[in-house]
Design a protein around this ligand. Structure first.
Ligand SMILES: [Cu+2]
Length: 258
């Protein structure tokens, strides 16, 4: 059973709900920054309105020049605000970029115009498959008629499948031009560059389906190469691995209905 769908909501203004520890930190950073930004917004609005009202009817606008205390103040205060943002920001970045030792599995993600290839390269299981956008006429064939679980322009025929609660290492590259592997709920946005392997890690807490899109303009179908990630318990994932190396369609059928 799919328990959670990680996708954008209509009229959403904030970030998507976090599904990984990295995104949790990014969300916390965002909330913290907003707390700092709100008083600045209020101060700037009040200052503009006050100055406008004060200068109504004046042909010559009042000016303040060479006011040393004022200049010191507007240098020191922004430095203090930026220093406050700097610490959690670098902390989140460092966490995101840290190498995780002994990941449960490493998956190679290769971008192509305009689909993704996922390669599982384990000692016993070596296989890869392409993930294309799910076209409307394929919905019945793939048993993906539920638009909430499989939204238009985001659903794919075969998802990237990862175990929940385990560290998964992703090696991201491209077979043609630069693409971007981006899944907002994971706090993940990393370029897929031809001839270069980029490294990222995810640890998805809740089983579900999570959606993202290519985030580097890569040609005419850039908007039609979505990313769908299906996460499940380790037990089910192991079963899926065993089946997927022999019969991919059968493996996906089982996890869809199991
Ligand atoms: Cu692309």
């Amino acid at each position: 059973m799919v328990t959670y769908v990680g996708k954008p909501r209509d009229w959403q203004t904030g970030l998507q709900r976090s599904a990984t520890p990295v995104m949790k930190q990014i969300n916390q950073l965002m909330s913290f920054t907003n707390v700092l930004l709100f008083p600045i917004l209020v101060f700037v609005v009040i200052a503009i309105v006050t100055l406008c009202v004060k200068n109504i009817g004046n042909n010559v606008v009042s000016q303040t020049n060479k006011n040393l205390p004022l200049e010191i103040m507007w240098t020191i205060i922004p430095i203090m605000i930026l220093s406050c943002i700097c610490e959690p920001s670098f902390k989140a970045l460092k966490y995101q970029m840290s190498q995780k030792r002994l990941p449960f599995i490493t998956i190679k993600v290769t971008a192509h115009q305009w689909y993704w290839n996922y390669e599982y390269n384990l000692i016993d299981y070596r296989f890869n498959y392409n993930s294309n956008i799910l076209k409307p006429h394929q919905r019945i064939e793939f048993k993906k008629t539920n638009l909430n679980l499989y939204p238009e322009l985001l659903a794919t025929d075969y998802e990237l499948v990862v175990p929940a609660g385990r560290v998964v290492r992703l090696l991201i590259t491209s077979g043609d031009v630069i693409h971007g592997f981006s899944v907002p709920t994971f706090g993940l946005k990393i370029d897929a560059i031809p001839g270069k392997l980029n490294d990222a890690w995810i640890k998805v807490i809740t089983p579900g389906i999570y959606y993202g899109q290519c985030s580097e303009f890569c040609g005419k179908d850039h908007a039609f190469m979505p990313i769908a990630v299906r996460t499940m318990s380790q037990e089910r994932f192991n079963k899926w691995l065993k089946m997927a190396r022999n019969n991919l369609d059968n493996a996906f059928n089982v996890i869809r209905h199991g």
